[in-house]
Ligand binder design. Structure first.
Ligand code: B12
Length: 260
């Protein structure tokens, strides 16, 4: 008879289902994506775990050693990227997304106050999320980047009617207008708005951005230019200020956003 004495069953019987479950736990997913830097990690974690009360102290603590934009981009936004991954994996649902976004916004508001900037403005930029689109988290982040680079932002909010965008541009004469669309059903608002602007003689770049939009789409209509990530907006705005029109931005796009 075979003796089972001394057999280590852990080496023979492997529970692949439990292994897979552990690898897909929110903690394991977060561990792979969170920043390595302990200070930024602490900030990002408050977003991932929706810790409203902790995000303020963690951000304030981080401000002692880190620059505000570093805390926003490499801490708070990374936390939100983890949340988006947990949502995509059906671990988080919309209530968690909303709470995490609120937590991130509390942190951004604290960090943003510490961004140095003079009173002088480099120019005005009108920003909005497309008609029918409630997704404004990316726009809000881009607005922080643009403001902190010295531009004045007219933030029209989310789900903005095409005609309201056109009216605001005519009224405030900005150097550029940006639109965010995260839904394939709403991104068509951009060519409609751009066409109306062209008909009224407006010739400023119309930056189309957000998850639903790619470069091909953004450049498929007159005035349209693309920005993939929020931090790409200030270098593009600087070129607009330097006199580049939308055609020249398109032609030099890789060089302008290179490395950002
Ligand atoms: C949060 C969220 C919501 C929140 C939005 C809260 C808010 N205030 O924004 C709420 C709960 C409201 C919501 C609702 C819905 N949502 Co939603 N939502 C999301 C989710 C999970 C995350 C988006 C997000 O904020 N990400 C974090 C930010 C930082 O990323 P981001 O927006 O992509 O921004 C980055 C870039 O795109 C870029 N960027 C973005 N904007 C701008 C602007 C400028 C100027 C620049 C330069 C760059 C830039 O820079 C950022 C990073 O640097 C996405 C899934 C996903 N993974 O994207 C779905 C998602 C966008 N939602 C989706 C859908 C379908 C809906 C609903 C229709 C669901 C429903 N059935 O009810 C509703 C909308 C109903 C309506 N019409 O009102 C779909 C869209 C599918 C599609 N392709 O059309 C997605 C992709 C989910 C999915 N996989 O199905 N949602």
């Amino acid at each position: 008879m075979i003796s089972h004495k001394g057999v280590d069953y852990a080496k023979i019987l492997k529970r692949y289902d439990i292994d897979a479950q552990n690898e897909a736990s929110p903690e394991a997913i977060a561990a792979k994506m969170l920043p390595k830097d302990p200070v930024l990690k602490k900030v990002a974690e408050t977003v991932v775990w929706m810790k409203f009360k902790d995000v303020g102290p963690a951000t304030t603590e981080a401000l002692k050693t880190k620059k505000p934009l570093e805390i926003i981009n490499d801490g708070l936004v990374v936390g939100m990227e983890v949340v988006a991954k947990l949502y995509a994996d059906h671990i988080y649902y919309l209530p968690e997304i909303m709470m995490a976004a609120k937590t991130m916004e509390i942190g951004i508001a604290i960090a943003e106050k510490q961004i140095p900037g003079g009173r002088e403005t480099k120019g005005t930029i009108v920003m909005h999320a497309a008609e029918g689109d409630p997704h404004d988290i990316g726009k809000n982040i881009a607005a922080v980047m643009v403001r902190s680079s010295g531009y004045t932002v007219i933030d029209m909010g989310k789900d903005v009617d095409v005609d309201d965008v056109v009216a605001e541009v005519i009224k405030s004469k900005p150097m550029m207008v940006t639109g965010t669309a995260l839904m394939t059903t709403t991104m068509t608002a951009f060519p409609r708005a751009a066409e109306k602007l062209v008909a009224k003689g407006v010739n400023i770049p119309f930056m189309a951005a957000g998850g639903a939009v790619n470069r091909d789409f953004a450049e498929s209509f007159d005035l349209g230019i693309f920005s993939e990530k929020a931090p790409q907006t200030p270098p593009i705005a600087d070129k607009v200020k330097a006199g580049y029109d939308w055609r020249k931005i398109r032609a030099n796009w890789e060089d302008i956003v290179g490395g950002v």
